[in-house]
Design a protein around this ligand. Structure first.
Ligand code: SAH
Ligand code: F3S
Length: 445
């Protein structure tokens, strides 16, 4: 058995996967008393938490498994487990390309790993596979984390029921499932008592969150934000990701709460109504603009970021220009942009794609240049100003420096030592260096 032995985890993809890997660590620590190692060669169990959002992400999985096979050949008895969205999508067929894999689990079955390991040994199985969606179980069976971090994630919902035509998430993570309101508040209180100053509420569509409180009253994301902002020690709240169609007036009003961070990441994908309707995003460009206008009425200086897909089937030069015009008009502080990648099993994968690779990469570059320019303008406006920064750790590059994030989610480095970690400090912004800001700490709050 693997009790008291070592495991190594590698995580690909989004914050949801980062969160799941943290939970996997808790499960192995609490149930099997296993210890995490940073050296894969010395591990008895190697775990890969995978991403399948785009083809490139998926290919990375088999390259990694090829490297791990060599380690396993040198160390008989070593187990390899693959989880996450590629595991969920491919199931046991992963073993036909990578026979060295022993365990295949999905985003909703991480709590079942100890049982799967036990089954392998007890029944002398070649492999154990469980990629089912018992969501209700997952939240109930995960041990509470003992992680001490200034900024902590809490998953508030799982999966997605929006079925945008290009996206694999509803198939790999299952339909939307909301976690209990009181459970979330309890976890926030626990994290705060362990030193968290910032809570990031996590899910594919957090603003679709709906539940009931202990009195049976209906509650939404804005209620969660309000309750958590009253917990002692919690100074800042963020949430990610949200969707325009669930952006209710009560969430907009919550921007009057100064503990809600001053940035909004709201994916739109395209600035063309034709493409949005082809993607089945279920909203128009005007509806998106109207949300931003209302939020900016309350927070005129909010930093706005988004996701864009370039080269979706049917995107003509005209439609792409609409996206650029839209970006010009709205002014983004940051964005993630991707070339469309057809995903097996999604409706969009059936559509003919006539756009050449050169056009796609030229469009991507043009869009990225525009965003970069807007992002620099946002940073320049911050020069000379003083911002509240939550210090997250020692700088990775320089001795005697720490790093943290401003309220509007910009990374900043400045001189300081570990005593500043977990503190909210006032920092004057002095300089923009490559992608980060640099400043001077003025006081400790
Ligand atoms: N829940 C989020 C998105 C989650 S996926 C939402 O509301 O939009 C993260 C991002 O990956 C998406 O916003 C999209 O921009 C990108 N993405 C998803 N599927 C993709 C695909 N097939 N090709 C390229 N980019 C994709
Ligand atoms: Fe994917 Fe659309 Fe949901 S992008 S995660 S199906 S909102």
């Amino acid at each position: 058995m693997l009790e008291n032995k070592k495991f190594f985890i590698k995580t690909h993809g989004c914050q949801m996967n980062e969160y799941d890997s943290d939970k996997l660590t808790d499960v192995l620590r609490v149930n099997l008393k296993m210890v995490e190692t940073k050296n894969p060669g010395s591990a008895d169990l190697l775990l890969l938490n995978t991403c399948s959002i785009r083809e490139k992400a998926q290919e990375k999985v088999f390259h990694q498994l090829g490297r791990w096979k060599k380690l396993k050949d040198k160390k008989p008895g070593m187990l390899i487990a693959v989880g996450g969205c590629v595991a969920s999508q491919e199931g046991k067929s992963i073993r036909s390309r990578a026979p060295s894999v022993d365990i295949i689990f999905g985003p909703q079955t991480i709590h079942r790993i100890p049982k799967m390991i036990k089954d392998l040994y007890t029944f002398d199985l070649k492999s154990a596979v469980d990629i089912s969606f018992p969501e209700i179980e997952k939240f109930d069976y995960l041990p509470i984390s003992d992680k001490k971090a200034p900024s902590a994630y809490i998953s508030i919902m799982e999966g997605c029921s929006k079925y945008c035509t290009f996206c694999v998430v509803p198939y790999t993570r299952g339909e939307e499932f909301n976690r209990g309101f009181d459970d979330i508040i309890n976890e926030a209180m626990k994290l705060s008592s362990q030193g968290a100053r910032e809570i990031i509420l996590l899910g594919q569509n957090v603003n679709a969150y709906k539940s009931i409180d202990h009195n049976g009253n209906p509650v939404s994301l804005s209620d969660l934000i309000r309750y958590i902002s009253h917990i002692d020690g919690i100074e800042r709240i963020r949430y990610t990701t949200s969707h325009p169609i669930d952006f209710s007036q009560d969430l907009i009003n919550e921007y009057n709460n100064n503990k809600l961070a001053n940035n909004l990441h709201l994916p739109i994908q395209s600035g063309s109504d034709l493409i949005l309707s082809k993607m089945k995003r279920k909203h128009t460009v005007l509806e998106y603009k109207s949300i931003i206008k209302k939020v900016r009425n309350i927070r005129p200086d909010i930093h706005l970021s988004s996701d864009f897909i370039i080269g979706y089937p049917g995107e003509s030069d005209y439609e792409f220009q609409k996206t650029l015009d839209f970006i010009e008009e709205l002014n983004f502080s940051d964005a993630y942009s991707f070339i469309y990648s057809p995903r097996p099993g999604t409706p969009a994968a059936q559509e003919m794609d006539y756009i050449s690779d050169t056009i796609k990469s030229d469009r991507l570059k043009e869009l990225k240049d525009l965003i970069k320019h807007q992002s620099n303008c946002y940073s320049e406006k911050m020069l000379g100003k003083t911002e509240k920064v939550l210090v997250e750790g020692l700088s990775r590059k320089r001795n005697n420096e720490v790093f943290g994030r401003t309220d509007n989610n910009k990374v900043i480095n400045f001189p300081g030592n570990e005593e500043l970690i977990s503190k909210l400090v006032d920092v004057r912004i002095d300089e923009i260096r490559a992608n980060t800001l640099h400043g001077t700490c003025l006081n400790i709050k």
